[in-house]
Design a protein around this ligand. Structure first.
Ligand SMILES: [Zn+2]
Length: 176
C-alpha cells in the first residue's frame, strides 16, 4: 500500500478532538537497585528460563508470579515444530496459575529471558497476545498485575499494571 504522509494531517483536521494515552513505569539501572523481594523474584525468573523448550528460536523466556496468597507459579516458553502451536512463558504461567489457584489474584510477575543467539541485557516486554491475556486476568479477579521486566543483566522496568501495555483494548464488556 502506498502511504502518503499528507493523508495524516487530513485525518487530524476532521477529528473532533485528540486523545492522549500515557503511562508511567520505573526504570532501574540493574537488579541491584530493586527491593529485596523484587530482586529475588527477577532472579527466579532468570532461573526459570532454563525450563524453556525453545529449540527453534533459542530464545528462552522465564516468568514467575507471586500470587496474593503468597504462592509462586512459574511459566516458560514452550515451542513446537508446528511453530504457531508454541506458547509464550506468560500464557503458560497464567494457565498454570488459573488451574492451580483459581480466582487468586496475581500481585507481581517477573519476566526474564536468555537469548542463546545474542544479547540478554535489556528488558523484554510481553507480546501482543500475552498483553491481551494479562489484561483479562486482571479484570477477571479485579486486581492489577505488576510486571518486573529484565534480562540476565542490565536495566529493569517495573510496570505497575499489565493492562497499561494495551490501551483501547478489546474486552469482555465489548461482547455484551
Ligand atoms: Zn507472548
Amino acid at each position: 500500500m502506498h502511504c502518503n504522509s499528507s493523508a495524516f494531517p487530513y485525518l487530524k483536521m476532521h477529528a473532533m478532538n485528540q486523545q492522549e494515552y500515557k503511562f508511567e513505569f520505573a526504570v532501574y539501572p540493574s537488579l541491584d537497585q530493586l527491593s529485596e523481594e523484587d530482586a529475588w523474584l527477577l532472579n527466579e525468573a532468570r532461573e526459570v528460563t532454563k525450563l524453556a523448550y525453545a529449540p527453534y528460536s533459542n530464545f528462552q523466556v522465564g516468568a514467575i508470579a507471586r500470587l496474593s496468597n503468597g504462592e509462586l507459579v512459574a511459566g516458560s516458553n514452550q515451542e513446537n515444530a508446528s511453530f504457531p502451536v508454541g506458547l509464550c512463558a506468560e500464557r503458560v504461567l497464567l494457565a498454570s496459575a488459573s488451574s492451580l489457584y483459581p480466582r487468586v489474584p496475581i500481585d507481581t510477575i517477573a519476566i526474564s529471558y536468555h537469548n542463546n543467539n545474542g544479547d540478554s541485557s535489556h528488558p523484554i516486554s510481553p507480546c501482543g497476545i500475552c498483553r491481551q491475556s494479562l489484561l483479562e486476568y486482571e479484570s477477571r479477579v479485579d486486581h492489577p498485575i505488576r510486571l518486573i521486566l529484565g534480562g540476565m543483566e542490565g536495566k529493569v522496568y517495573i510496570i505497575p499494571k499489565a493492562s497499561m501495555l494495551l490501551p483501547l483494548s478489546f474486552t469482555a464488556s465489548d461482547l455484551k
